[in-house]
Every structure is written in C-alpha cells, then in structure tokens.
Design a protein around this ligand. Structure first.
Ligand SMILES: Nc1ncnc2c1ncn2[C@@H]1O[C@H](COP(=O)(O)OP(=O)(O)OP(=O)(O)O)[C@@H](O)[C@H]1O
Length: 201
C-alpha cells in the first residue's frame, strides 16, 4: 500500500497535513496518537471509506478493514454474520473464519445473536469479519478494545503470524504497548506522521 501526501480537513479543521506511508508486504506496523489526533480519519481514507481533501492512496490485492466502531446487526447470530460476509467475499467455505474464531476464543458463540454478546465478544466478531478472507493488506482501528488479557496476547500472536505469512498489517491505537512486536511505529501528531522513538531507538 502506498500513501502519498494525504491531506484532510473537515471544513476549517485541518486534521491531516501531508501523510506518506509505504506499507510493504510482510510488515506489521503501528500508528499511535492522542484522542482526536486523526487516526480514524486516516484509516477511513486508507480504506476508501472517505476521500482525502488531497493526496493519493494505492493498494493491490485483497483488503481488510476493521473499523473502530463495531458494525453488526443485533438480530443476526454470529454464524449469520459469517455467512453474510462469506457471500460478500465470495468464499467457498468458512474454515479460515472458524480458525480465527478459535484463536480469539469465541467459537462457542456461533449461534448467539450479536445483540446478546458482550462488548469484547462483539469486537472479536468485528475483527474476524475483517480477517476472514485472509486479506493481503489489513487495517485495524483500535482492534483490541474490550479484549481481556489472554485475548489481547492471542490477537498479537495472530498479527505476527499474518506478518510472517507475508501480509501487511497496520494497527492503529491510542495506546502503544507491545511495540517490540512491530516492525515500524509512527506517531500521528499535529497532522503529521513521525517515526516513534519506541521502535526506532
Ligand atoms: N465527520 C466529522 N466531521 C467533523 N469533524 C470530525 C469528523 N470526524 C472527526 N472529526 C474531527 O477530526 C479530528 C480527528 O478525529 P479522529 O476520529 O480521526 O481522531 P482519532 O485519533 O481517531 O481519535 P480517537 O483516539 O479519540 O478515536 C477530531 O478533532 C474530530 O473531532
């Protein structure tokens, strides 16, 4: 994925002031920044959900995006969500999705309606829906919000495995824990991305 000179403003409020990113295959990268720094705005632009005021985003191959806010239908079960996305992604089966559910530890909830799931389990489903077609480029916005410690560790193991399998993974968060697992870490501040000390030193 290649991002060149992306700028964005909401009316008078300038949020991004020239973002350049080159996300190579087989890299696990992070972007951190304070609340309101523009992280979600940047991810919405990278995912194509929003057009930047200026600049270009190019990527090739299958693409996965896990938004910060869970988008589920409360009346549908976990399995119905998977089937819906299976059609959308044109997958022949759900084997990979089931593996991801096992890793995140919620395979036992397949027949529960989304509306009755706990916040952390809803987030596990949110992450699974972004991952289940094994995307080559994966963008995750605050993916571990609500995860318990064990799930949090499993999430990072999964992210590292995807990186080792040649996928590009970009994790955006306001918290920069576990930075040693990242190949690169940037900080979004005042609309600009800078390498973060935690990984570069
Ligand atoms: N649709 C919108 N219209 C106007 N302003 C917006 C809109 N979306 C976001 N903003 C503003 O843009 C700035 C960046 O917001 P954004 O959600 O991208 O930040 P963030 O870094 O993801 O924050 P957080 O860590 O709190 O999720 C904020 O000042 C926010 O109020």
């Amino acid at each position: 994925m290649e991002v060149r000179d992306v700028h964005h403003a909401y009316r008078q409020r300038v949020v991004l002031r020239g973002i350049d990113i080159r996300l190579r295959a087989g890299t696990l990268c992070g972007i951190v920044g304070e609340n309101g720094a523009g992280k979600s705005t940047l991810l919405k632009i990278l995912s194509g959900e929003m057009r930047p005021s200026r600049g270009t985003v190019r990527h090739g191959g299958r693409f996965g995006y896990c938004p910060q806010h869970v988008v589920l239908n409360d009346a549908l079960t976990v399995r119905q969500h998977l089937r819906f996305f299976q059609r959308a992604y044109r997958l022949t089966d759900l084997r990979y999705a089931e593996q991801v559910m096992d890793v995140l530890g919620f395979a036992g909830y397949a027949d529960e309606r989304a509306g009755t799931l706990s916040g952390g389990t809803r987030q596990k489903l949110n992450v699974t829906l972004a991952l289940m077609h094994d995307p080559q480029v994966l963008l995750l916005d605050e993916p571990y919000q609500g995860f318990d410690w064990d799930t949090y560790q499993r999430f990072w193991d999964l992210a590292v495995r995807l990186r080792d399998a040649g996928r590009s993974v970009l994790v955006v968060s306001h918290l920069a824990y576990d930075t040693e697992r990242l190949d690169e870490l940037w900080r979004l501040d005042a609309g600009v991305l800078r390498p973060d000390q935690a990984v570069t030193t």
